[in-house]
Design a binder for this molecule. Structure first.
Ligand code: ADP
Ligand code: ZN
Ligand code: MG
Length: 504
């Protein structure tokens, strides 16, 4: 038979070769742009700065006036090389800039100086997923280019469609930009998020960008397709743009994968196109199809000489790379005896790793510190949607709290409440304790009296205990804690209760 049988109502679901959702595999490749934090732009002396008055950080070069010549920023090449080396790439012997031609109002020259078939770095990899089994994601290339200006659409939804007019700010035009392209080796939205996080952590460790997705100094275009598990050939991909946070990397990809599966399930074909992620709506919408794709007419940039790699220098740079997250993870386990999971999470974020190690400079118990960072602080950060270096709690706050607990001034239960207040107000625990007179009640005579009172009020509980119901101890401890407003030392309460119960 040449033609497939007509689809029944409900599309492929009615067919014998219907593939259940779980049998599809995600294929994802990321293209990530990172703005370098060099002092000056890629090809001129204008400062790289964020949040300045529009069109004040510009000159004839980055405005693309006729007759100007670009001069390559050596620091930008060095930073790009560092990124390539830390991603296990090979630095190419000969690399060249190309002009990528297209017209758009945010680009004054009508071409972007970028790299094409001769990029700075090629063939690297990044490993993710230490928890569940390491996946090696190959890096196709790391290349250099210049950023564009910024369009601000006024009126309507803030997007170009429906806007009354648009403004352009060229301060960002010509800022050094690095593009990192992965092979389609990523197999889940979660893995994509981990890849982005690891990459961010590496680049922050190098100190060459602040990698802020919300402010746009790190941007991600995600290419997605699906295929039945076991199939070698790739399916048709779509490219999702406008992903502006780590959370949306995972959300946008999950949505897009589901859309691919639904499309195929209903008997349609996925169309190769670029799609826009709408974070508020949680959906992607079509931007342009393959037919509308640009032909960039790349040609070698005649105003810039090719770069010949300085091999000894590259070797020296490779040797001098700082300790990267993977190495830090291993060291955290060796030096502090941290469990694997803790070391993973702590090393995955540069700021968390720095926080942990700063506390460890003046505090001994690594497990306790990592527990407080991952569990208590982690929960508060999650709730507030903040990063560890954006919140009011500093290493000093945690040290202060842990020491108060060690001295027995406060109980573990009190510590949690105090920590929350520290987080909200930025006050040190010792200050909160002092202000509120929150001192743990350790005086055994005083606690003993309250224990007696609770026992006197709960004869039934005593009977139950004698009858073998150990559970009532928990209830009685709760009563004592209530009467002491949580200040009694839980150890002392437990001990006193048990001894008094056993003597009844
Ligand atoms: P294009 O020619 O459309 O630019 P490329 O081959 O250069 O495509 O790949 C661009 C990005 O898309 C890379 O990150 C790559 O890993 C990814 N990619 C390529 N093919 C697929 C696919 N079938 N599914 C998912 N991602 C893909
Ligand atoms: Zn300039
Ligand atoms: Mg491409």
């Amino acid at each position: 038979m040449i033609f497939p049988p007509p689809l029944r109502e409900g599309g492929l679901r009615g067919r014998v070769d219907y593939i259940p959702k779980e049998s599809y595999e995600a294929v994802i490749g990321l293209e990530i742009h990172v703005e370098l934090n060099t002092e000056s732009k890629m090809f001129c002396a204008c400062p790289v700065s964020f949040g300045e008055k529009p069109n004040t950080q510009v000159c004839p070069v980055c405005l693309g006036h006729p007759g100007v010549l670009p001069v390559l920023n050596g620091k930008a090449v060095e930073y790009a090389t560092l990124i390539g080396l830390s991603l296990n790439c090979e630095v190419t012997e000969f690399c060249q800039f190309h002009r990528k031609n297209y017209f758009y109002p945010d680009m004054p020259k009508d071409y972007q100086i970028s790299q094409y078939d001769l990029p700075l770095c090629v063939e690297g990899y990044l490993e993710v997923g230490e928890e569940k089994g390491v996946s090696r994601i190959r890096i196709t290339r790391v290349h250099m280019e210049e950023d564009t200006g910024k369009l601000i659409h006024i009126g309507g939804s803030g997007r170009i469609h429906g806007a009354d007019y648009s403004l352009v700010d060229f301060n960002r035009a010509g800022v050094p930009l690095i593009e990192i392209v992965s092979e389609p080796d990523i197999r889940s939205p979660e893995e994509a998020r981990m890849f982005m996080q690891k990459l961010r952590s590496i680049i922050l460790t190098l100190g060459v960008s602040d990698c802020n997705m919300e402010e746009g100094s790190m941007r991600c275009d995600a290419n997605v397709s699906i295929r039945p598990v076991g199939q070698k050939e790739f399916g048709t991909k779509t490219e999702v743009k406008n992903i502006n946070s780590f959370r949306s990397v995972q959300r946008a990809l999950q949505h897009e994968l589901d859309r691919h599966i639904d499309t195929i399930d209903s008997g349609d074909r996925v169309v190769q196109e670029t799609r826009h992620w709408d974070d508020a709506g949680g959906v992607t919408t079509s931007l342009r199809s393959k037919e509308e794709a640009h032909d960039y007419r790349y040609f070698p940039e005649p105003d810039l000489v090719p770069l010949i790699s300085d091999k000894p220098k590259v070797e020296r740079m490779k040797k001098a790379l700082p300790e990267l997250p993977d190495a830090r993870r291993v060291r955290l386990m060796e030096q502090y005896g941290l469990p694997k999971h803790d070391a993973n999470v702590i090393s995955l974020s540069k700021a968390t790793g720095d926080f942990f190690e700063e506390v460890m400079e003046t505090y001994e118990d690594a497990r306790k510190v990592s527990n407080w960072i991952l569990v208590e602080l982690g929960a508060l950060l999650n709730q507030a949607n903040l990063e560890i270096d954006e919140c009011a709690v500093t290493p000093r706050h945690l040290i202060d709290l842990l020491k108060l607990m060690d001295k027995g001034t406060i109980s573990g239960k009190m510590a949690k409440d105090i920590f929350k207040e520290s987080f909200d107000t930025g006050k040190l625990s010792s200050v909160i304790v002092e202000d509120k007179g929150l001192v743990q009640l350790t005086d055994e005579d005083a606690i003993g009296k309250i224990v007696e009172q609770v026992l006197a009020e709960n004869p039934k509980a005593i009977e139950d205990y004698k009858g073998g119901q150990e559970r009532v101890v928990g209830f009685l401890v709760g009563q004592v804690m209530r009467l002491t407003q949580g200040k009694a030392s839980p150890d002392a309460v437990n001990r006193l209760l048990k001894s008094k119960l056993n003597n009844k």
